[in-house]
Design a protein around this ligand. Structure first.
Ligand SMILES: [Zn+2]
Length: 223
């Protein structure tokens, strides 16, 4: 089945869902197919993706759909991919990831990143600095496996910017005594409630400068 058609089908479902979103918080009912699908497998996957996109629209995130590419030669794939342009704050640059990771990030931002910035600094968060989400690379410490980044299920965060321009970086402030360190250590601890694997400078030397948050099937809280 052509990728273009699939994207068009998802986009149509998304538009329908987005139109209904302001009136109800739950996923809008999806239209019944008028003829038997050529492959029930991809239809099922696209309905799940449409529900995720519907929820992502409701968060106010700005994003674009990414056409699904064939797996790369290393086995890296991005299924149900979105290019996240901004959340409720700025991103240092757009980030490509699965819709479920984008949704989890939005929830974490709303429940932890934003209120913690307000509580610790008395001002809003303005920007998230990340070092990429979907990128084809191997796991640190186990080079035979593809990292969760290779499937768009992980993101690396190296810092934040506050409304007044103040910069907070994992490399400079994670172990600092001031409010920057308090903020970074606090959000890293809380990240374990939202993500499957959380790695910080406390986890290993490879994460001395950035947090790794993913939604893999493993569970590790290295915050
Ligand atoms: Zn990572």
């Amino acid at each position: 089945m052509a990728a273009g058609f699939r994207i068009a089908a998802v986009a149509a479902l998304l538009l329908l869902a987005a139109a209904c979103a302001p009136r109800q918080r739950q996923a809008a009912p999806l239209p019944a197919p008028t003829q038997p699908p050529a492959s029930s497998q991809w239809i099922g996957r696209d309905i799940i993706q449409a529900a995720c996109l519907n929820d992502l629209v409701a968060t106010g995130a700005k994003f674009e759909l990414i056409a699904q590419a064939e797996p790369g030669k290393d086995g890296c794939t991005l299924q149900n991919g979105v290019r996240l342009i901004s959340t409720s704050v700025d991103l240092v640059r757009p980030a490509e990831m699965t819709c479920p990771l984008a949704l989890r990030l939005m929830q974490f931002e709303k429940d932890v990143l934003l209120p913690e910035a307000q509580r610790v600094f008395g001002q809003p968060l303005k920007q998230i600095n990340h070092a990429g989400a979907f990128t084809c690379k191997r796991m640190t410490g186990n080079g035979s496996r593809i990292s969760e980044h290779g499937h768009g299920r992980a993101i690396d965060i190296w810092g934040f910017v506050l409304a007044d321009g103040r910069r907070i970086s994992v490399a400079d402030h994670f172990r600092a005594r001031g409010p920057e360190g308090q903020y970074l250590r606090g959000v890293s601890r809380e990240a374990c409630r939202f993500f499957a694997v959380v790695l910080s400078p406390n986890a290993d030397a490879a994460h001395a400068k950035s947090f790794h948050w993913d939604i893999s099937e493993w569970k590790r809280c290295g915050s």
